[in-house]
Write a protein that binds this ligand. Structure first.
Ligand SMILES: Nc1ncnc2c1ncn2[C@@H]1O[C@H](COP(=O)(O)OP(=O)(O)OP(=O)(O)O)[C@@H](O)[C@H]1O
Ligand SMILES: [Mg+2]
Length: 264
């Protein structure tokens, strides 16, 4: 196969993905330079907060894509154990807490089994999934990315082309430097940054780094989430904290409001 033929195949798949995802109004990716800063926590609670608005009838249908292929842990955080259902050759997302969840973990046989896909194979697996899922009509797709600027992140950015990116950082200066790196990657890919969220603020890690980075980069600061026992407890209980804590539900509501403003 020559390079021209290969290009055509890639182009065809891209178009198929685009066609398959055409009824999704907004796609938001949650990103960070460093691992373990709280992307998955933010992505889950953001998705559930968006879906909660549906109940008030001003409406959002929401899906959450766990794009962390090496360590997909959305399912673990939400207590999802069942695999995908397949209907007419399409992958049906797993419904939980009013959101449609799509995670590579739903393809795994055992939770502690590593998924080993590298380079081109990994990109192929992502493209296949994006093309096979029955996304349906969605107001929002929230994408939980792996940390950093890996092959998986790049493939997602290029194939899905999110409307915007949310950067999560912890308050320490090292994490903030990495957050700036993420902002620069977004810029290179010409995807707007909707804002920065500072997570794990408080006495232990300090506070203010996220806001400062946002100021320096000229992007929105979406808010601060404290290092909070309730968040850790809910993760253990496999329940989104916004369904358990009024205070955090309010915080995420504000973040959602700001995101909506920015998307307008
Ligand atoms: N504000 C917080 N307060 C307390 N615990 C938190 C907070 N945010 C996240 N955590 C906990 O910290 C751990 C890491 O969070 P999370 O998995 O969301 O980070 P991540 O950025 O998605 O990590 P990875 O890079 O591995 O994907 C989890 O156990 C989570 O429950
Ligand atoms: Mg994660």
């Amino acid at each position: 196969m020559n390079i021209e033929e290969l290009r055509k195949i890639v182009q065809k798949r891209r178009e198929a993905i685009k066609e398959n995802m055409k009824n999704i109004k907004h796609k938001i990716a949650v990103m960070s330079g460093k691992g373990g800063v709280g992307k998955t926590t933010v992505a889950i609670n953001l998705a559930v907060s968006l879906a909660k608005r549906k109940k008030r009838n001003d409406g959002y249908s929401v899906a959450l894509l766990d794009a962390d292929i090496d360590c997909p842990n959305v399912n673990k955080f939400l207590g999802i154990e069942e695999p995908f259902q397949i209907r007419n050759d399409k992958i049906i997302p797993v419904k939980k807490y009013d959101i449609d969840v799509v995670s590579f973990a739903s393809l795994q046989e055992r939770e502690d089994q590593p998924i080993i896909w590298r380079g081109p194979m990994l990109s192929k697996a992502i493209m296949q999934l994006l093309e096979q899922v029955e996304w349906g009509e969605l107001d929002y797709l929230v994408i939980d990315l792996p940390p950093g600027t890996s092959d998986a992140s790049l493939t997602i950015m290029q194939e899905i082309v999110p409307d915007g990116i949310i950067i999560v950082t912890t308050p320490q200066s090292a994490a903030v430097v990495d957050a700036k790196k993420s902002a620069n990657m977004a810029k290179e890919l010409k995807i707007p940054v909707l804002g920065i969220i500072e997570n794990m603020s408080g006495e232990i890690f300090g506070s203010g780094g996220g806001e400062k980075a946002a100021e320096e980069l000229g992007i929105n600061f979406l808010g601060k989430i404290e290092l909070d026992k309730e968040i850790a407890r809910c993760a253990e209980k496999k329940k989104p904290v916004v369904l358990e804590s009024f205070e955090l539900a309010e915080k995420f509501k504000k973040i959602v409001n700001t995101i909506e403003e920015v998307l307008k």
